[in-house]
Design a protein around this ligand. Sequence first.
Ligand SMILES: *Cc1c(COP(=O)(O)O)cnc(C)c1O
Length: 424
Amino acid sequence: MNKDTMCVQGAYEPKSGDPRVLPLMQSTTYYYESLEEMAHLFDVPKDGHIYSRISNPTVECYEKKIAMLEGGTACMAVSSGMAATLNTVLNVCKAGDNIVSMSTIYGGSYNLFKSTLPKLGITCRFVNDDMTDEEIKANIDENTKLFFGETIANPAMVVFDFDRISKICKEEKLLLVVDNTLATPILVRPFEHGANIVVHSTTKYMDGHATAVGGAIVDGGNFEYRDNPRYVDFVTPDESYHGINYVDEGEGGLYSFVLKARMQGMRDYGTSVSPFNAYITNLGMETLHLRMERHSSNALALAKELEKHPMVAWVNYAGLESNKYHERAVKYFKGGFSGMVVFGIKGGRENAEKFINNLHLFKNVTHIADVRSCVLHPASTTHRQLSSEDLVKAGIDEGLVRLSVGIEDEKDIIEDIIGALNNI
Ligand SMILES: *Cc1c(COP(=O)(O)O)cnc(C)c1O
C-alpha cells in the first residue's frame, strides 16, 4: 500500500459481515471465558485487551494506521501531544538523567523540558541549529537519554537537520526523537532520515477538523538497546512484570520502546486516549493525504503573494526559495511544505492588530492545522506576558503574525489576507 491508500484503508480489514467502517468500541472492559486466558493477558498485555487504559480495539486499529503511515513498527496513542512527549521522556529517563533538545520547539514542550521535568530531577540542555557539531556534542554525557527536535519548528519554522543530528546520535548511541506534528508522514517520514522515535500531536493535521485532542508515540524499531549503558532498563528484568525484559519481549528491539511505554507508562501514568477520540481522529486521517496537498499548495501561493506586498517586512515559509531552510526542506519534504506561514507586518503591534481585525475568513484562534484558515498574533496572546525586550530575545517580532492556512479556495484565502493588509 502507498501512503494515500493507507490513509483511506490502512489497518482496518473487515471480515465477512463486519461493519465496513472501523467501529467505535466504547467499552472499558473485555470479557474472557476462562480465568487462565485473563491471567495470561496480565502477564503479556500485547496478546489481547483487558482494560481500556492499556488498550482498546478501536484505538489499536488507529495506532496501526499511524505506525504504517510513518513506516514504523508500533504505535501507542495517548491523550494529547504533550502526553506523547512526556511518556517518551519518562520511558527512558529517571531522576538524575538529562535530555538534549533543540531550543526551537513548540512552547508547551519547551515549558515541560525547562520548568516541569527538572522538578522530577530530569534536566534538559537546549541546543540550536547554528551550533557546530562539537558544541552540540559537548551537551551529551553518559546520563543523556535522548535527543529531541521538531521536523519543522512551531513558530520558528526551522527545518530539522536530520542528516547532521542523526549522525551525531548514531556516534553517541543516543535515541533520536522527532516531533513530526506539523509535517505529518505525508510530507516527511523521519524514520527514513535516522529518527528512532516519532511523536505526534494528532490534535493538529491528523484529526484536521479541530475536534479531538490526542497524541501518538511511534517506534522506528531501528535502535540497538543491547550493550548500551544508557538503556540498561530495556535489557534487565522488569520485576513489576515477572522479570520480562523489553528487548526480548519486543523481538530484539523491534517494538521495545512502545511495548515498554504501554506496559509501564500506560499502566502507571494512565494518559490514555478515549476510543471516541481515536475513532474521530481515524476518520480525519482518511483524508490526510488530500488535505496536506491542499494546505501546502494554498500556503505556498499565499507566501508568494505576501512576499510581494509593501506592508510585509519578511515572510518565513520553507517552501519559498528565499527561505534560509529551503534547500534543507527540499531534501526532506515530499509533496509540499505544510500549511503554516509566519510573517512580519511593517508598523509592529499596532498594524498587526489592525490587520487581524480586518480579516474575515481567517479567524483569530489559538490553534493550527485544521481545515479552516486561522491566525494568531503571539505578541498579544501566547507571549503577551513578555516585555518588548523579552519578545526580541525570544525571537518574536511585535509585528509577527502566524497563519495556519486551511483548505478553502486559494483565491479566497489570498483575497482575505491581501485585502486586510491593504485596509491597514
Ligand atoms: C500542539 C503541539 C503539541 C502539543 O500537542 P497537544 O495535543 O496540544 O497536547 C506538540 N508539538 C507540536 C509541534 C504542536 O504543534
